[in-house]
Design a protein around this ligand. Structure first.
Ligand code: GAF
Length: 384
């Protein structure tokens, strides 16, 4: 659905034209997994899949939310009654954004919102962040709040952490708000500095595939929070404020100090090596050695599977199958426990890799994955 359809949908629903249409994308993360709540490095890029929002302001304290992708009419809420933990439905994400803006002192007296999305949900591709960011950007424009992308991302993260109750980091919202077409975003989650790294695989005869295993994942359940708590425990035992502060060169010494804590050791090893992998990928891309990032991505998968322990049989099968069929590198992407893998491949190998994935999933009696190409696309913007 494009800007015109969502505009027409808004008019049919609310009886008047919207004041504008905004878009915010999902993302894949190239490298840097679970490092964002450890003050570390990440490197996502925006997908061509967007969430669109047609929005009009209201002055009467009412927030009406509707999604073309969810059955039923608009949900009507009073902005003064918005409270963390009060909503377990999809509406918690946009309502949480309104709550976070108001809590930060911004005047948002209400809105009519009509949404639709092509970002696959539950696939580890940040459909929640796209939903938050599109609403935040629309309200920022309509109420002239003057917030820039990074500030909107932080407010959206607060909505997700406090209002929705999912203890996620800052990567997904920043990716949706700040990515640019043709680039991956190198983000330091400690000082939030950003660098846009040119990432045009097609120009070099390569492709990046997303393999959505269709195993649904969720962040508000316990496993994500357990990993986060384990990392914080590791930092406390090592006497640092975050695992970012453990240098890669001192990893062995740090692991020795955690001798009695095998689980914490594994988590620490993943975070410290993953930060180093992000730096290696940045250096390789900046020196034009794009193909050489493949093995680094694959190393990242092994670390997430064996040390961080957040992969699943479907993700491992996708990675192993793609590599056996000639991929340059492959790894799971996003929070884990299902969701998607990414595969870096020569363009000429894509048909064989796709066929191998279908065959392997059929043989394993798994639901067939959805395989599509990911082209680094634009971040959040006004489209109508
Ligand atoms: C999820 C979270 F939302 C991110 O903040 C990040 O931690 C990611 O999992 C893992 O890298 O997408």
């Amino acid at each position: 659905m494009g800007a015109q359809e969502v505009t027409d949908g808004f008019a049919a629903l609310y009886g008047a034209a919207p004041e504008g249409v905004w878009a915010a994308p999902g993302r894949v993360n190239l490298i840097g997994e679970h490092t964002d709540y450890n003050d570390g490095f990440v490197m996502p890029f925006a997908l061509p899949h967007d969430t669109l929002a047609a929005v009009a302001h209201r002055d009467d304290g009412v927030l009406r939310l509707h999604s073309a992708d969810v059955p039923g009419g608009p949900v009507e809420l009073r902005v003064a009654d918005l409270a963390p933990g009060s909503d377990r439905e999809w509406t918690a994400y946009p309502a949480g954004v309104v709550w976070a803006l108001r809590e930060a002192g911004h005047e948002v007296p209400g809105a009519d919102v009509h949404l639709t999305s092509t970002v696959p949900s539950g696939a580890g591709l940040s459909s929640s962040a796209a939903l938050e960011v599109v609403v935040a950007l629309a309200l920022n424009d309509l109420y002239d709040l003057g917030l820039e992308g990074g500030q909107l991302a932080r407010l959206c993260q607060r909505a997700e952490n406090v209002y929705v109750g999912a203890p996620t980091g800052i990567m997904d919202q920043t990716a949706s708000a700040c990515c640019t077409a043709g680039h991956a975003l190198f983000l330091d989650t400690r000082d939030l500095s950003q660098r846009q790294i040119p990432f045009d695989l097609a120009a070099e005869g390569m492709r990046l595939l997303v393999v959505d295993t269709r195993v649904k994942h969720a962040h508000s359940d316990g496993e994500y929070g357990k990993r986060r708590a384990g990392c914080e425990k590791g930092a406390a035992l090592l006497g640092v404020s975050a695992l970012r502060d453990v240098p890669h060169a001192r990893l062995d010494a740090a692991l020795d100090r955690l001798g009695d804590e095998p689980e914490v050791r594994r988590l620490v090893r993943h975070i410290v090596t993953e930060n180093e992998r992000v730096e290696r990928v940045v250096a390789l891309l900046e020196s034009g050695r794009t193909r050489a990032i493949g093995p680094v991505l694959t190393e990242g998968h092994a670390s997430l599977r064996d040390d961080f322990r957040i992969s699943c049989p479907e993700l491992d099968l996708a990675v192993d199958t793609a590599l056996a069929a000639g991929a340059l590198g492959a790894r799971m992407t996003g929070g884990g426990f299902g969701g998607s893998a990414i595969v870096l491949a020569e363009e000429s190998d894509v048909p064989a890799i796709t066929k191998s994935l279908e065959d392997a999933f059929t043989t394993a009696d798994f639901t067939l994955p959805r395989v599509f190409e990911a082209v680094p696309s634009a971040g959040a913007r006004r489209v109508g």
